[in-house]
Design a binder for this molecule. Structure first.
Ligand SMILES: Nc1ncnc2c1ncn2[C@@H]1O[C@H](COP(=O)(O)OP(=O)(O)OP(=O)(O)O)[C@@H](O)[C@H]1O
Ligand SMILES: [Mg+2]
Length: 431
């Protein structure tokens, strides 16, 4: 299996070098370690301390090897240990640590095993502690899971034994500074410029849009790209579990949920924030992901003047999104009959943009689907654009395109009334 280039901080250290590194790490005072975390500019001071400690050992290593041992000690002390070699790599979008000896990365959509390793479980737990402790969290056998964030905004999940059977695991979704825009998606061939124009018209015309797909299919990315179409003069409130969206507009209020304090009190949920946002005179509410009772508040908001709301939810296919939304709305505990909830969904949500991650690692928009009302007790879904797979290259790459189905959305007159003249050819008229 191919592996990423070995960065300088990672060398295969034999047991003797590992012992030396541990010695150096222990020689740096706890006080200095703590200060370094708070003030990264003290990095040089820690490095000097490590070199002093090295000189006291009277070891006689080649300068290159010495520097590698010192760098590795430095990464353990004030960084994220062996992960330091992977975190700065802009091509890596995800890092998955499965116990101390197995680290996978996702690089350009492909899952690859790396040569990067922790020394042992204890070393890995130390780094986990470094990740979660600034957030006032601890993971131990009684609290074996935690969500955290790195200072750069990357999202981290940690899970350790006994619930993770084979050792401590870390999953990092890197926060990429450069977000994929709708223009990028067009140049990547995911959709045509006309389809992007259509989506722009839907956002500007304040349709309520759900972005759906499986985990890691690109929902947040597309939500971010769609939000880019919100006109600059509007007041946008974003609500997320961990801030991922990066909007270019000036008038944006960013809200983030809060975990409970150690005594279990003080949590602020997405639902709390949605309710609060409604009192903040929002023109738009953008919710990173609905996964609970807030679905009901969102539906009510969409129905009562806060049109143009955007959010994501997990679903395998667009139709799944409806039943998931129903289940989530029921979690709000309002005792509303299922059919009433379903009617509310049909009346509120206008469009589903569905994404999928394919076997070749690529992410694609597979459906742009209109919710066009109810037929009996069933919500009517009409695919306006659908991914058409025409084949697979010998290397396993999926070939295909998002294509019009020939159906024209029922809300077309609304788009036209807002000044978007979408010619019939967009929807494949005459095909
Ligand atoms: N169309 C795309 N082409 C290539 N890479 C993409 C595309 N869309 C998203 N990505 C990349 O895929 C990764 C996952 O994307 P994203 O966070 O948007 O997924 P998600 O569906 O929101 O995931 P989750 O379910 O974990 O919230 C990111 O690194 C992102 O940059
Ligand atoms: Mg997401």
């Amino acid at each position: 299996m191919p592996s990423p280039n070995q960065p300088k901080a990672i060398i295969k250290m034999d047991a003797r070098l590992v012992r030396l590194k541990e010695f150096l790490v222990n020689a740096v005072s706890t006080e200095m370690q703590n200060q370094s975390i708070v003030h990264p500019q003290n990095r040089e001071a820690v490095r000097r301390s490590l070199i002093d400690a090295y000189q006291r050992t009277k070891a006689d290593l080649e300068t290159k090897v010495r520097d590698q041992v010192v760098d590795s000690a430095l990464a353990d002390l004030i960084g994220y240990g062996p992960l330091e070699a992977l975190l700065p790599d802009p091509e890596i979008s995800e890092i998955m640590v499965n116990g101390p000896k197995q680290i996978f990365v996702e690089r350009n959509g492909e899952l690859l095993e790396t040569d990067v390793k922790f020394e042992n479980e204890e070393h890995l737990l130390r780094i986990i502690d470094r990740i979660v402790s600034p957030l006032g969290r601890r993971v131990d056998a009684d609290n074996p899971t935690a969500d955290a964030r790195l200072p750069d905004g990357s999202r981290v999940n940690v899970i350790i034994p006994p619930v993770a059977v084979d050792g401590p695991h870390i999953t990092i979704r890197k926060f990429l500074q450069t977000k994929i825009t709708m223009d990028d998606l067009v140049s990547m061939g995911e959709l045509t410029i006309y389809m992007a124009k259509f989506l722009e018209a839907c956002v500007v015309t304040r349709l309520n849009i759900l972005v759906t797909g499986n985990t890691s299919s690109g929902k947040t990315t597309v939500l971010n790209a769609l939000s880019g179409f919100i006109p600059d003069k509007e007041r946008i409130v974003t609500i997320e579990d961990a801030v991922e969206l990066k909007l270019k507009q000036r008038h944006v209020v960013r809200l983030e949920t809060k975990l409970p304090n150690v005594d279990g009190s003080g949590a602020v949920s997405v639902r709390d924030l949605v309710r609060n946002a409604l009192r903040m005179r929002p023109d738009r509410i953008v919710v990173g992901e609905v996964r609970g009772g807030e679905a009901m508040d969102m539906l009510q908001a969409m129905n009562t003047g806060h049109t143009g709301s955007l959010t994501t939810l997990h679903a395998n296919i667009p139709r799944d999104a409806i039943s998931r939304l129903e289940t989530m709305a029921m979690m709000a505990g309002l005792d509303m009959p299922l059919l009433a909830i379903r009617k509310q969904i049909a009346a509120s949500v206008n469009l589903i943009v569905h994404l999928a991650r394919f076997s070749d690692g690529s992410r694609k928009m597979t459906h742009i689907t209109e919710l066009s009302g109810m037929e009996g007790e069933v919500v009517t879904l009409t695919d306006i654009f659908k991914f058409d797979q025409s084949g697979v290259t010998p290397e396993g790459k999926i070939i295909g395109q998002l294509r019009p189905t020939g159906m024209r959305p029922l809300f077309t007159p609304r788009l036209e009334a807002s000044g978007f003249k979408l010619g019939g050819e967009i929807f494949g008229a005459g095909l």
